[in-house]
Design a protein around this ligand. Structure first.
Ligand SMILES: [Zn+2]
Length: 57
């Protein structure tokens, strides 16, 4: 399982995204960013977020 916490991405948000793959995390993050933060996912942002994804057993 992989996780991405929204706070690590610089948002003041308790949101945490969990998924089995980086691609799935990024697609969920895109939806979350748009819905909650009015932020559109860009290739640059996706690249930044990819570095923040943590592995979890
Ligand atoms: Zn968030």
């Amino acid at each position: 399982m992989k996780t991405l916490s929204c706070r690590d991405a610089g948002f003041s948000c308790e949101g945490e995204i969990r998924a089995v793959s980086e691609e799935e995390i990024l697609s969920q993050a895109a939806e979350h960013a748009r819905a909650e933060h009015k932020v559109e996912m860009t290739p640059e942002l996706a690249e930044q977020l990819r570095k923040l994804i943590k592995d979890e057993e």
